[in-house]
Design a protein around this ligand. Structure first.
Ligand code: P53
Length: 486
């Protein structure tokens, strides 16, 4: 038997995002971001994984922004802003080939529409990328990860407003030009499907009546599609070495039974999810979307050149997050068990177990989804988020024995290996929250994903000191053996 090794150039890595990890919200000229207004949600008040994406009015945004009493953990994150050297040294020690991070737009354009970029902000990322390069770690950079300068929400109303395309493109051009020799892989919008359909925090959609219409959501998504294509076009013209990807929160849907109506329901859920990658990878709106728009009274406002821009500038690769799968049933039955944490608050799959947060663990689903996506698109794929959010305990001697996390990641790595044998072109794998960080969904700190522990709690108390967990040494071994030891 040949060794079960991953390709030599496979990009093993870890992922983070500025809004949950970077902190330093008032340092170096950074402007306020939408994520700074995300208040911590108590476990007892938790409803779905998407509470944080509830719409907000201008008043609520301003009240939250000026609130110095409440807990807004995304303002400090894990303080990567002050600890990036130490963090990157730990990544080098683990043997990471790549590190995913995002740029905080409001660190570059503090109000979103400033004439000139903030040089101190640009220098911060220069230092981070230089530090990574020195350790031979390839940066993977998300341009927009669940945050937007607050000025774009307050003064423009968010992404429903077509004017935001130009503001984003200006920001993207600034950073891509500046870092083109330091960063090769770029993602335009994190989980564009979540941003497009629900996100104040994500996409800075502002709503006066605390609600969005489908029209608003899809109009905002359309503007993000166009912005993403314009950025892709710019990057390719600037430097042919640059690779631009789209990023989807992938939800693999299984029919609850072989009833054709359940199978059809699964297909519909798949369309809802893959609508975004269909547009960004294939460069055009799929036919099923046109039917959906017509039946729901959605009329997208498009400029005459939009469709040509999308068609001429599809992405180079597709990246996605993968945490769980979902069950599709055409008629919700009375006695169906629900899983609270599920993205769509859906039905529990009796063949799977769940995390402490109710996310259903499905490693084989990752192989299925990799095959499914590759069959559909035939472009390189990149798993840029996967991992287990869990409560960790520090033992008396200061260690963290997170065998549950090792087990989760191990099983997913084994299924990626199988998918590669199936013929899937897979660029790499970055585990979510490689260093503990603030939860996107609930702003808790105790929902930990890391291989590196951060001394911080849900009350905002802690030193931010870093400690290697058991998973740190395990992942180090996995990378050193090119996956064979997983
Ligand atoms: P948290 C829901 C379902 C799947 C992925 O999420 C999601 C979400 C949003 O909560 O988001 C991604 O921190 C996102 C990351 C986020 C991560 O999943 O709620 O891209 O920013 O932290 C995990 O446990």
């Amino acid at each position: 038997m040949p060794a079960k090794q991953f390709p030599a150039d496979f990009l093993w890595g870890g992922a983070t995002a500025a809004n949950q990890f970077e902190g330093g919200w008032q340092s170096g000229g950074r402007g306020p971001a939408t994520s700074d207004t995300a208040v911590a949600i108590d476990p007892k008040d938790r409803k779905t994984a998407l509470d944080f994406a509830a719409p907000m009015s201008k008043d609520k945004v301003l009240t939250a922004l000026n609130d110095t009493e409440g807990r807004y953990p995304k303002r400090w994150g894990s303080d990567f802003y002050h600890r990036y050297k130490e963090d990157i040294a730990l990544y080098a020690e683990m043997g990471l080939k790549t590190f995913r991070l995002s740029i905080a737009w409001s660190r570059i354009f503090p109000n979103g529409d400033d004439d000139q970029p903030n040089e101190a902000g640009l220098q911060f990322y220069d230092s981070v990328f230089d530090e990574l390069r020195q350790h031979n770690i390839e940066p993977l950079v998300t341009l927009s990860h669940y945050e937007t300068p607050i000025g774009i929400a307050l003064n423009y109303g968010g992404w429903q407003n077509r004017a935001v395309i130009d503001l984003f493109v200006k920001y993207a051009k600034t950073v891509i030009t500046r870092y083109q020799d330091k960063v090769k892989y770029w993602l335009t919008f994190n989980e564009i499907n979540v941003i497009g359909v629900s996100g104040y925090v994500g996409g800075a959609l502002l709503s006066d009546n605390d609600a969005y219409t489908l029209q608003d959501r899809f109009q905002a998504a359309h503007h993000q599609f166009v912005a993403s294509s314009l950025v892709t076009q710019f990057a390719h013209e600037l430097n042919p070495n640059l690779k631009i990807g789209m990023m989807l929160a992938r939800m693999q849907a299984y029919p609850a039974t072989p009833d054709p109506l359940d199978v059809l329901q699964a297909l519909k859920l798949d369309h809802e999810n893959l609508f975004y990658s269909d547009v960004q990878v294939r460069g055009k709106y799929p036919a099923y979307a046109k039917r959906f728009f017509a039946e729901n009274g959605i009329e997208l406002q498009m400029a005459t050149t939009d469709e040509a821009i999308l068609a001429a500038n599809p992405v180079d690769f597709m990246s996605f997050s993968y945490y769980m799968s979902t069950v599709a049933r055409h008629e919700p039955g009375a006695n169906i068990e629900k899983t609270s944490g599920n993205f769509v608050n859906g039905e529990a799959n009796p063949y799977l177990t769940s995390s402490d947060w109710g996310w259903q663990i499905d490693p084989v689903g990752l192989r299925i989804t990799l095959n499914h996506l590759y069959d559909r698109y035939q472009v390189p794929l990149f798993v840029v988020e996967n991992g287990l959010g869990a409560l960790d305990t520090v033992t008396d001697d200061g260690q963290i024995h997170d065998d549950y996390r090792i087990d989760y990641v191990k099983q997913h790595i084994q299924q990626m290996y199988e998918a590669i044998q199936d013929g899937v072109e897979l660029l790499g794998y970055t585990t979510w929250g490689i260093t503990d960080l603030v939860s996107a969904g609930t702003s808790e700190f105790s929902k930990r994903y890391g291989f590196v522990y951060v001394d911080m709690d849900d009350q905002g108390q802690g030193t931010f000191d870093r400690t290697r967990k058991d998973s740190f040494y395990w992942y180090q071994q996995v990378i050193a053996t090119r996956g064979e030891s997983a």
